[in-house]
Design a protein. Structure first.
Length: 168
């Protein structure tokens, strides 16, 4: 009954990428200050400041790298980048340290090929990835239930997969 009450008071959010999940973790759990940069959308060039980006956009040398038909549609976007909590176990462990301090309860275990994580009496989170399970559980502990609809699966490294096939 206690878990049901807690789940009904949670804010529900839907994310469509791990970068969005990392942003939620950085903003609400670790209070990280994100790295901010500017990105040109057509050729994905990255600039440290808006001034640098605008200067480059007006530079004839830079304009050579943008296809002529795309140049009128070229735009700059401000990007806030957080650490990869959802894909790097060391970064995910910082979430555990932030939420547990010296006295908090954290549980993580593997059941049927899935990672199950929880903080205190908050609802459990389940994922095929330990860092994702930790991130989702941490957000649930702070009252944010995240729906991550993408089917996350590890991408095999080509040379490792080829060697595995050769051995089999």
């Amino acid at each position: 009954m206690h878990d049901m009450r807690k789940e009904s008071t949670m804010e529900r959010l839907r994310v469509t990428s791990l970068k969005e999940l990392d942003a939620l973790v950085g903003k609400y759990l670790t209070k990280e200050t994100p790295q901010i940069f500017w990105e040109e959308q057509q050729v994905c060039l990255r600039f440290d400041s808006i001034e640098e980006a605008l200067e480059a956009m007006h530079d004839p040398y830079f304009q050579q790298f943008i296809p002529k038909d795309a140049l009128p549609h070229s735009s700059l976007t401000e990007v806030h980048e957080f650490r990869a909590y959802s894909s790097d176990l060391n970064s995910a462990w910082e979430v555990v340290e932030h939420l547990t301090g010296n006295a908090g309860l954290f549980q993580v275990n593997r059941e049927n090929g899935q990672w199950v994580a929880s903080f205190g009496d908050s609802p459990k989170a389940v994922s095929r990835s330990a860092p994702i399970a930790i991130c989702l559980a941490g957000l649930r502990a702070r009252g944010i239930d995240v729906d991550l609809p993408m089917d996350w699966a590890p991408v095999p490294v080509p040379e490792v997969a080829a060697k595995a096939r050769a051995v089999a």
